[in-house]
Design a binder for this molecule. Structure first.
Ligand code: EPZ
Length: 431
């Protein structure tokens, strides 16, 4: 097992290069199943979720060739299996995209229920509603989601999502690109990775309009052919390092970003007294004085992202005054609070609301990452705290952050990944 040992209290100075977007990559890679020919995907982040999804594709019969560190060629001409292996699918949330992609291309899919971070209930009823509207018969039994189009091909349909869902929007898009006729998704999600998936599919011959608005129209085509596509930079990875500078202080150029995608994060950092300057493909982030308090509610894009809630909370623990966070997407995204309290943070949680009384200083402690973003937030808290913080369970973090230790060391953080025997891990919290 690996843990991160952080000697906090050092400002961050230098440049951090942002990798490709995780939540785009984990949809675009399964989308290769829809393509007749070889597709080249560039700017793929080197993270465990990507490794898993590529492994699943290989198990299904895809030919996956590594071109270089961030580029793969995928050829799905010889898919021989529509049943996704249980042990791999359960490790990753995005395995649900395999339902839409397999169903769209081959008219049938058998996929175990997805895994991923525990954020409270994570139903996929809207995905299944979409597939059913398009004529699929869907059954959930024996630990398997089975979907099949009786005629072998789905039919376009009008689908209104009951709530804004990133996963359902992308999954229905995947199912619809090769369907017969027009599919309309209303109340669609608008995140940058929705637009990225649509751009990827369109570049391979799909006919998708309106991605990035709340009505997406997909006219089914006969086939998609190969091509080359580069994934957008990771908005949340960039935001995480921006929050790290806010918490620890210093000045960092966060490079290879689309500043527009960061507006929702930048706006809050500015309110907190952080200086953020937008450049062409970078943002310069500087924090000198003490942070100011603010209130934040997480919402679907272009609102403040739920995937940045815990990282911004880490910074707000050190702000001057009381901040109120409201989680507007997930039921249970405050599981990190007990760990922050071990470091001296003053946080009260009532349902979806967290009230943070800023303190002058946090102190290092042994803490445990409970999910991907919470884990990143604990690293941020450790960077800003006095003394030594040891974060364990870092496999959660490595699911979604490429080389977080190397990138932070590059801007002067004193952080290292240490391998420890299992018995030395921080004991699990009871209750
Ligand atoms: C995606 O999850 C991301 N995961 C999450 O990122 C992110 O937090 C979330 O979108 C919101 O932005 C991936 O892209 C792999 P949703 P997803 O469907 O698609 C409810 C991270 O840290 N809902 O937009 O699963 C649901 O319960 C991860 O990178 C239904 O009720 O999220 C939630 O309250 C964590 N029924 C809300 O909608 C459904 O069928 C939004 O969920 C679908 C969703």
């Amino acid at each position: 097992m690996t843990k991160y040992v952080i000697h906090g209290g050092h400002e961050l100075h230098g440049t951090i290069e942002i990798s490709g977007a995780k939540n785009a990559a984990v949809a675009i890679i399964p989308a290769a199943l829809l393509i007749d020919g070889v597709c080249r995907i560039e700017n793929i982040p080197q993270i465990n979720d990507v490794t898993l999804i590529l492994q699943i594709l290989q198990e299904l019969g895809a030919d996956v060739r590594t071109v270089n560190r961030t580029t793969v060629d995928i050829d799905c001409s010889h898919i021989h299996n529509h049943q996704v292996p249980q042990e791999l699918a359960r490790k990753i949330r995005a395995s649900y995209y395999l339902i839409g992609a397999l169903l769209g291309r081959f008219g049938s899919a058998q996929v175990p229920p997805p895994g991923g971070c525990d954020l409270g209930g994570r139903p996929i009823d809207q995905h299944l509603k979409g597939f059913r509207s398009m004529g699929a018969e869907v059954e959930v039994s024996g630990g398997l989601i089975s979907a099949a189009a009786p005629s072998g091909r789905l039919s376009g349909a009008s689908i209104y999502l009951d709530m804004v869902s990133v996963g359902a929007t992308m999954n229905i898009m995947l199912a619809a690109v090769l369907a017969d006729g027009l599919t309309v998704i209303e109340n669609a999600a608008k995140e940058p990775h929705i637009v990225d998936l649509a751009n990827f599919l369109n570049s391979m011959g799909a006919d998708i309009m309106g991605a990035g608005t709340d009505v997406i129209k997909i006219r089914g085509v006969e086939r998609l052919t190969g091509g080359c596509y580069s994934i957008i930079p990771d908005q949340i990875e960039a935001g995480t390092y921006m929050a790290a500078v806010a918490a620890a202080g210093g000045e960092v150029l966060v490079k290879n970003v689309i500043p527009k995608h960061l507006d929702c994060i930048t706006a809050k950092l500015l309110e907190m007294g952080v200086e953020v300057e937008d450049l062409d493909d970078a943002v310069l982030v500087r924090r000198i004085g003490r942070l100011r308090r603010t209130n934040i509610k997480t919402l679907p894009y272009p609102g403040f992202p739920t995937d940045m809630q815990s990282q911004i909370a880490a910074a707000l623990c050190l702000a001057d005054g009381t901040s109120v966070l409201t989680e507007g997407v997930w039921d249970n995204r405050y599981r990190y609070v007990d760990e922050f309290r071990r470091m001296g943070a003053q946080i009260q949680v009532d349902g979806k609301i967290a009230v943070i009384e800023g303190v002058e200083r946090l102190t290092g402690a042994p803490i445990r990452a409970c999910d991907l973003r919470a884990g990143a937030a604990m690293v941020i808290a450790g960077l800003a705290a006095d003394g030594v913080t040891e974060v364990d369970n870092v496999h959660h973090i490595e699911r979604g952050y490429e080389d977080i230790v190397g990138k932070l060391r590059g801007v002067g953080a004193d952080i290292e990944a240490v391998t420890v025997p299992d018995e030395e891990q921080v004991p699990a919290q009871i209750g």
